[in-house]
Design a protein around this ligand. Structure first.
Ligand SMILES: *Cc1c(COP(=O)(O)O)cnc(C)c1O
Length: 389
């Protein structure tokens, strides 16, 4: 059966279309005034001082690592339950990557495991330079505790907030970087708001912002203050580092900026749907997502886990039954350390047991603002049938 209810879906309005068409009729197509407006609006919304737009969150993670000085001989740590991009950014910089197991309750990086691993890494003189924490499904990590450990061990923190724009931690917006050096958002179509492809890095550090702006565009500066000598003429620029072409276009930024107008509505709609799922699924043999009492989730995903103490149905059978019913269930994520590319670096089964146990039992069910009451009923009754029928 073809999928009639995907796990995530963008919402595009006439206002979005008009905003994009306006850019197409203007003088700028690639990085121009719309990119700056989008950056300013996201920085303001997130209460961060600086925002640097890029063509994806993957690019933003790479540039964030470079700006923090990550390179050969360094380590980057992240959680195994994330999209591969949260780890690959370390490899792009020539650093080595390791993982910290998840907390089985929150499914985010475990603070206890992190503390223990930092302690032994410190004793062995192999502390990581950068830790990428991921607000899985939008649920904020325990940033206060992670920030305290980062300070204690001299480690830099990047928040991969690809799932979390529109959420809050301790009452303040995710992205304000109060407890991190840099926060990264993704604007891929399945995420909370979209620019088709796109990402952004936020920081309160002017030096990091400047270096990220340079790195996203070939490492080039046109600011005489940065140059090694006075400009040769009005045409002059200097390449000061090895950068990339990671620019966002004005066409994409106009879409993102228009979507940002509706972000609070989108997240509220996600919360309404999640509350329905919480209510309708609670008697089934499932572990439902737990909200973080310190935070308000962006709710990018709704992930249920089969509870092995209450059912012996196989996850594969349940998954297939839902797919057969036209429901685009998905799995977020396959533990990164079990990917063949990472296994070739020496990782294997058993390295991160909580992550692997999560992977054995998780199913992502559809969640997006356009999901109707009938869609929800269909998902719930199909799940009930698959688990108890
Ligand atoms: C989507 C996602 C990314 C990558 O985002 P792109 O904008 O597609 O590059 C990185 N990390 C996480 C956790 C994601 O969900």
């Amino acid at each position: 059966m073809t999928i009639t209810i995907p796990y995530g879906r963008q919402d595009i309005t006439q206002a979005d279309i008009d905003a994009v068409v306006d850019v197409l009729k203007s003088d700028f197509l690639t990085q121009g005034p719309a990119v700056e407006n989008f950056e300013r609006a996201v920085a303001e919304y997130s209460k961060a001082t600086h925002a640097v737009a890029m063509n994806s969150a993957t690019s933003a993670l790479h540039i964030a690592c470079l700006a923090l000085g990550l390179g050969q001989g360094d380590w980057l740590w992240t959680t195994p339950i994330t999209f591969v991009a949260s780890a690959n950014c370390g490899l792009y910089c020539g650093a080595r990557v390791d993982f910290v197991d998840i907390d089985p309750v929150t499914t985010n990086i475990s603070v206890e495991a992190l503390e223990a691993k930092l302690k032994s890494a410190s004793a062995n003189g192999v502390l990581p330079k950068v830790i990428v924490v991921v607000h899985l499904s939008g649920t904020p990590c325990s940033m206060k505790e992670i920030h305290r450990l980062a300070g204690q061990y001299g480690v830099r923190i990047i928040e991969d907030a690809s799932h979390a724009i529109g959420g809050r931690y301790l009452g303040e917006p995710i992205g304000n970087c109060e407890f991190s050096d840099i926060t990264v958002f993704s604007f891929h179509p399945v995420k909370i708001i979209t620019s088709a492809e796109g990402g952004m890095a936020l920081t309160n550090d002017a030096g990091l912002a400047k270096s990220m702006m340079q790195l996203r565009s070939h490492g080039i500066s046109r600011d005489p203050a940065d140059m090694t000598h006075t400009p040769d003429g009005p045409w002059y620029y200097q390449q000061l580092s090895l950068g990339y072409n990671y620019r966002l276009t004005d066409v994409q930024a106009a879409l993102g900026l228009s979507q940002l107008d509706r972000i609070d509505q989108y997240v509220a709609a996600r919360h309404r749907i999640a509350a329905e799922y919480d209510r309708l699924l609670r008697d089934l043999p499932l572990i439902l997502p737990k909200s973080n009492e310190d935070g308000y989730s962006g709710l990018h995903l709704y992930v249920v886990r089969l509870d092995p103490t209450r059912t012996n149905r196989s996850r594969l059978d349940v998954f297939n039954a839902l797919r057969d019913g036209g429901i685009g269930v998905n799995l977020h994520y396959i533990p990164v350390h079990l990917q063949p590319y990472y296994r070739s670096m020496g990782f294997s089964e058993g390295d991160f047991p909580h992550a692997e146990d999560y992977y054995d039992r998780a199913i992502t069910i559809p969640l997006y603002p356009g999901l109707t009451a009938e869609n929800i009923d269909h998902v719930v009754s199909s799940m009930r049938q698959a688990l108890t029928g």
